[in-house]
Design a protein around this ligand. Structure first.
Ligand code: SAH
Ligand code: DHB
Ligand code: MG
Length: 226
């Protein structure tokens, strides 16, 4: 399918099903002004996360990769007030901006943002025997995705929904068999392989249309089954 056509389809879907209110628009705009990289999920993926969160109705959510809190807000808006979200990021400025955005959206008491390297924070959760999560969204540095999956499963219980962003890299041979893969691409294809054969997971990739040009990416959907 041509990129032009998929871009049109994305616009069509958004015009029918995705309403970014003033707060989400402000979050996007302020993130840019604050010089955060424009790599938040597109609004159609935000809406998909929102619906999946509604379906799951989790009590505890873990997000790996906060950025400016854009995806966090889409997810938080699907949840009851008793639900808690813990979101991790390695960048202090991103966290500062995200906290402002989460307060703007009214979620300052429901979302806890933790600062540090995700693998370190995840190991800390395990060491401290923190309660398992009902939903986990993986969306940080791609080369670490294989590690994040191991941690996500450890921090899950049967029924946990694990969602993973960007499972079809922008560049490189699909499936990652080429010799000239970047670290990020290697990480993602290794991750997909892990998802496919993981004995405790039942998974699929949901293709998504992203970016101005309507590139095809994918959101991983996994259920912890044992
Ligand atoms: N989920 C966000 C986008 C996240 S972008 C949204 O859709 O709105 C990826 C984020 O991962 C960035 O903010 C980056 O600072 C963070 N990140 C990168 N490497 C990391 C690491 N090793 N540990 C924790 N966070 C990391
Ligand atoms: C990009 C997009 C993402 O969703 C992400 O998590 C990281 C990078 C990108 O477009 O470069
Ligand atoms: Mg992403």
């Amino acid at each position: 399918m041509s990129l032009e056509r998929s871009s049109e389809i994305k616009k069509y879907i958004c015009s029918l099903f995705v309403k970014e209110d003033e707060i989400l628009q402000t979050v996007r705009k302020r993130s840019k002004e604050q010089r955060l990289p424009p790599i938040e999920v597109p609004s159609n993926v935000g809406k998909l996360l929102h619906l999946l969160a509604k379906l799951k109705a989790p009590k505890r959510v873990l997000e790996i990769g906060t950025l400016g809190g854009y995806s966090t807000i889409w997810i938080a808006r699907a949840l009851g007030p008793e639900c808690k979200i813990i979101s991790l990021d390695i960048d202090a400025h991103n966290i500062e901006v995200a906290k402002e955005h989460l307060a703007l959206a009214g979620f300052q008491n429901q979302v806890e943002v933790r600062f540090g390297r995700a693998v370190h924070l995840l190991q800390e959760m395990i060491d401290k025997n923190e309660e398992p999560f009902d939903m986990i969204f993986i969306d940080a540095d791609k080369e670490s995705y294989p590690f994040y999956l191991d941690y996500a499963v450890k921090l899950s219980s049967v029924g946990t929904l694990i969602l993973s962003d960007n499972l079809i890299p922008k560049n490189g041979e699909i499936g990652g068999k080429g010799p000239d893969l970047q670290e990020e691409e290697r990480g993602i294809y290794k991750f997909n392989q892990q998802l496919a054969v993981h004995p405790r997971l039942d998974s699929i990739l949901i293709p998504t249309i992203v970016g101005e040009k309507g590139r095809i990416d994918a959101l991983g959907l996994s259920i912890v089954v044992s």
